[in-house]
Design a protein around this ligand. Structure first.
Ligand code: GUN
Length: 296
């Protein structure tokens, strides 16, 4: 039985972060610049707290400045937008990230619209989304950018003509991922919860990117033999051991049934250790890119 190449996103992300650290140091020596990333967290969502802490630690480890802003759950939209506008004007801040989700009294679209597009290191502002859709340079959302880097590492720089299926149509992953694959001259299909004959659609794909947030939804027999599978899902499910599960212990799984898929695919990302570490590395990359563009 053949076994897919396991794509080591963790090691790839570490190499990228090492290169970025060298570039940050060189930018300081040559131009006296130190990139700064501001991360804003509203409320106490436990997963968001972990993400924000990890982002801050990675920022400092790369030699950049980290500015963390924690606001209470009861914060109103005006107060948050006032903070974003202050960060827009602050020359020490080159990148701004407002952690999602936001509490229900705040409209995320209004907050994202308030971020200076040149500091929008998430790539969520309509200007950056529009630029990506039109194939113009801009800031690209971190997770799809990381997925493309892994695909280029496995398959080489030329993806032209390959059939790519993106499962999921979110603004954070699915839509920008489809735009990047199209810009790379793939034949792109976007599938979602209303797609008919989903397994057949998947079976046609040379490149399958799963980003639906449904644990192990993509089965081994949905995969074309030799395909490259990128699993963006991070789903927490009960532990396999019934005793551990009864104690509330959990494990992380992707949107793809990994063991089954690895018997069919040519290459596949694991969960954890695949796409996840790339997202933070690409956030640092975007912060460095934004700093360079802001300084000509
Ligand atoms: N919440 C989950 N993923 C993300 C992300 O990539 N950016 C932001 N701002 N919030 C998130």
């Amino acid at each position: 039985m053949s076994q897919a190449r396991i794509i080591d996103g963790k090691a790839f992300a570490q190499r990228l972060r090492d290169r970025l650290s060298l570039q940050v140091a060189a930018l300081g020596e040559a131009h006296g610049l130190q990139p700064g990333l501001a991360v804003v967290l509203v409320g106490e969502n436990p997963a968001s707290q972990v993400y924000v802490r990890n982002k801050g630690q990675a920022t400092v480890a790369s030699g950049m400045r980290s500015f963390e802003h924690r606001l209470p759950d009861t914060t109103d939209q005006r107060t948050l937008i006032d903070l974003v506008e202050r960060l827009n004007r602050d020359p020490a801040v080159n990148g701004i990230l407002v952690q999602l989700p936001l509490p229900p009294q705040i409209d995320p679209a209004a907050v994202i619209a308030a971020i200076d597009p040149d500091k929008d290191v998430d790539g969520f502002h309509v200007e950056n989304a529009g630029r990506l859709a039109l194939g113009l340079p801009g800031l690209v959302p971190c997770t799809p950018l990381g997925c493309m880097m892994l695909l280029n590492d496995v398959l080489g720089d030329d993806l032209s003509g390959r059939r790519a299926l993106v499962l999921g149509r979110s603004s954070i992953v699915g839509k920008p991922m489809a735009s990047l694959l199209l810009a790379a001259s793939c034949t792109v299909t976007t599938a979602h919860s209303r797609t008919r004959d989903l397994a057949d659609e998947c079976r046609r794909a040379d490149i399958l990117v799963a980003a639906v947030g449904r644990p192990e939804m993509v089965r081994g027999d949905w995969i074309k033999p030799g395909a490259t599978v990128i699993d963006v899902g991070i789903n927490r499910v009960p532990s396999l051991d019934p005793l551990a599960a009864s104690e509330g212990r959990t494990r992380l799984v992707g949107d793809v049934a990994f063991a089954e898929a690895a018997r069919v695919a040519g290459a596949i990302t694991p969960v954890p250790g695949g796409v996840g570490p790339m997202t933070i590395a690409c956030l640092l990359l975007n912060t460095l890119t934004a700093t360079c563009r802001q300084n000509g």
